[in-house]
Design a protein around this ligand. Structure first.
Ligand SMILES: Cc1cc2nc3c(=O)[nH]c(=O)nc-3n(C[C@H](O)[C@H](O)[C@H](O)COP(=O)(O)O)c2cc1C
Length: 252
């Protein structure tokens, strides 16, 4: 009975997720938007913990401590890593139901939130992408995500970032089946974020942060995990002001 009620509740949430976000008020794009970091992983590419952008290091005078040599706490940088199926689907487009018109561009809900966070904090944006393409169709995506979760699969990541220069890592993603999408599990599996502050940020159809904080604490036991923040999918179009005010209250 309990299982049946949970299924009914999730069906309602997923149906709500099918609805388009209200994009009538989609915020004001700041004049300075964030820098995208990270690179595509290839067989020949450098390991994930090698610098993706070595400009600062190359320019540093001899004897200067570079970002890569600093401890994460001293480095102080902010990384905004996000996963959205809109950037991981066949032809980079899932169904229009998963996209919002934000700052004049079509993007995934999690991507819109990541953009606001990066622009406000001055952080760098990193798109977590998988080798695998997720299905275009919403219902097929729901089934695929369930199968992946049940099998405990960790999809291989197609993009990599050097995390050594960042002391704070926002991780932004949609809730999938009451938890984090499997690519987010892959991300935490691949990167050791010890000594950093990790802040989970979710978008969802009613599940809030789901079990994010508990799971991330298990996966990154030597990190500090913040309380996090969540936005309902139907509110994405108008989330900018409240999101920025939460960031301000959180000291960014
Ligand atoms: C596979 C899948 C599973 C989902 N599971 C949940 C869930 O368990 N709880 C919930 O509140 N919303 C759930 N949703 C709704 C999404 O979290 C929500 O619509 C989100 O805003 C989508 O963000 P995106 O555009 O970045 O994909 C699910 C959506 C999908 C596609």
């Amino acid at each position: 009975m309990k299982k049946l009620l949970a299924l009914i509740a999730l069906s309602a949430v997923l149906l709500a997720g099918c609805g388009k976000s209200d994009d009538s008020d989609n915020g004001v794009k700041p004049s300075q938007t964030a820098k995208q970091v990270g690179s595509a992983k290839t067989a020949e590419s450098a390991p994930a913990d090698s610098p993706a952008d070595t400009t600062a290091e190359a320019a540093a005078p001899e004897g200067t401590t570079t970002e890569a040599q600093q401890t994460p706490a001293a480095a102080g940088g902010i990384l905004v890593a996000y996963f959205t199926p809109a950037e991981n689907g066949e032809n980079d487009a899932v169904s229009s139901a998963s996209k919002v018109n934000f700052w004049g561009e079509e993007m995934g809900n999690a991507e819109a939130m990541a953009n606001v966070i990066a622009a406000y904090t001055g952080g760098d944006l990193f798109s977590i992408q998988t080798v695998k393409d997720y299905p275009l169709d919403y219902n097929a995506l729901v089934d695929d995500a369930k199968a992946e979760q049940t099998a405990g699969e960790l999809p291989e990541l197609a993009t990599a970032v050097d995390v050594s220069g960042y002391s704070t890592v926002f991780v932004v993603y949609p809730v999938w089946w009451y938890t984090m999408p499997q690519p987010i599990y892959s991300f935490f599996n691949e990167y050791d974020l010890s000594d950093r502050k990790i802040i989970p940020v979710t978008t969802h159809g009613g599940s809030g942060l789901a079990d994010s904080v508990e799971r991330i604490k298990e996966l990154e036991p030597s990190a500090t995990v913040g309380e996090g923040y969540d936005v309902r999918d139907s509110d994405i179009g108008s989330c900018q002001e409240e999101l920025e005010s939460w960031l301000k209250d959180s000291g960014f």
